[in-house]
Design a protein around this ligand. Structure first.
Ligand SMILES: Cc1cc2nc3c(=O)[nH]c(=O)nc-3n(C[C@H](O)[C@H](O)[C@H](O)COP(=O)(O)O)c2cc1C
Length: 375
């Protein structure tokens, strides 16, 4: 890629290149990050959810990753306003979302989610089921009434992910993203802090990855060979921002290699600030290391398009925030392939059009109120 004169035209040039994830060609490098919105009563995404996603696709987002949507297992979630990815009415709602996004020129994948031991007080239809996890432990190490999963629980959840992936292909989505990040069920297996099992699903990094790899393999079996399977993971957990799955690149490779072998087509490395180096001795971020270790296309994320003032107010931090140039430099070096944008796209549905159209000066500054509406 050639370096253009201004930041704006450079952004347009670099981010407007298409990229292929297995059988899917994404028209540009901009991804909408998955964001739970809780605007789907009864777990059914309605017309407002449909137009919320379609609006971003029409304004140039290349790939939308939907908010986390529960797989069909009694303990998968806790809120009746989070969309479900099972049930006739729910899937009919999702089919309309996919159709509208396609009509607007975008691609879309659902993020399949099981919250595991994060589950607390559930609303119907999740009222009675126990929270489940690898060892019945919450991210903070407490038990809180949870249940360590039996083999039949594991089989049920693996089956629920596979069924949801098959449904995604059937109702017209372009792939799936498996939520293996942020301290939810799949991550609870990956992380030694919550996985104390002594059977084949616990122990070293490879054993802790077994559950995730079995989900990937089961999903792969249920969908067409060219249907993209994306895996999202993170070092950090909700409630434990300093937690780490991997202290070294070797440990990271031990986790990612079995997932790639099981059929992951692309990784989504979730960080809160994309410009921070992941391990000492290299400038690569988590996505950069992931691409280097697996050779798979990789999505980066974390505070893209947010201004420093907001971040300082929100996170109580004084750290300087990087503008888009650092991101473009890394993309030019092929450290990663796509960039996911979360909060900036809530604030400004036109974010992608402005960035791709050399209109950086028109971007709206983020305000926390954007998280409360579905505009
Ligand atoms: C309101 C909100 C809801 C979120 N829900 C999810 C989710 O359902 N699944 C997920 O993997 N990440 C979720 N995230 C994290 C985002 O995908 C993203 O990684 C994070 O916001 C950092 O990107 P940003 O700085 O561009 O916002 C959520 C973030 C926000 C702000």
């Amino acid at each position: 890629m050639t370096v253009a004169a201004s930041s704006a035209s450079r952004a347009a040039e670099i981010l407007s290149q298409p990229v292929t994830l297995n059988g899917l060609t994404v028209p540009n490098r901009i991804v909408m990050a998955p964001m739970t919105r809780m605007f789907s009563p009864g777990g059914v995404p309605g017309e407002d959810v449909e137009s919320y996603y379609a609006r971003r696709a029409a304004a140039g987002v290349g790939l939308i990753v939907t908010e986390g949507t529960y797989v069909g297992h009694e303990s998968a979630g806790q809120s009746d306003r989070v969309p479900r990815f099972h049930g006739e009415e729910q899937l009919a709602g999702w089919a309309k979302v996919a159709e509208s996004v396609h009509a607007a020129g975008g691609a879309i994948v659902p993020q399949l989610w099981h919250i595991g031991m994060v589950r607390k007080q559930g609303e119907p239809p999740y009222a009675d089921a126990p929270a489940v996890g690898p060892s019945g432990l919450r991210v903070d190490g407490t038990e809180g009434g949870g249940k360590a999963m039996t083999q039949s629980d594991l089989d049920d959840v693996i089956g629920a992910f596979a069924e949801a992936a098959a449904a995604a292909e059937r109702v017209g989505f372009d792939g799936v993203e498996l939520h293996g990040a942020h301290g939810y069920l799949v991550d609870q297996f990956l992380w030694a802090g919550t996985n104390r099992r002594t059977d084949a699903y616990g122990g070293d990094a490879v054993a802790r990855t077994r559950f995730a790899a079995e989900i990937v393999a089961a999903v792969r079996e249920q969908v067409s060979p060219d249907f993209p399977v994306i895996f999202r993971f993170s070092q950090w957990k909700q409630g434990a921002y300093d937690a780490k799955l991997a202290e070294t690149p070797e440990e990271l490779e031990a986790i990612l290699a079995p997932l790639a072998a099981a059929g992951v087509d692309a990784f989504h490395a979730s960080t809160r600030r994309y410009w921070l180096p992941e391990f000492e001795g290299s400038d690569l971020n988590l996505a950069g290391w992931t691409k280097k270790l697996t050779g798979r296309p990789t999505i980066t994320v974390g505070s893209v398009g947010l201004d420093g003032e907001f971040l300082r107010a929100f996170a109580g931090e004084g750290a300087p925030v990087q503008g888009i140039d650092n991101l473009l430099d890394r993309m030019e070096r092929d450290e990663f392939d796509l960039v996911a944008v979360g909060r900036a796209l809530l604030q400004d549905p036109e974010w992608a059009a402005k960035v791709l159209g050399d209109r950086l000066g028109e971007l709206e500054p983020f305000s926390a109120a954007a998280v409360r509406t579905l505009s």
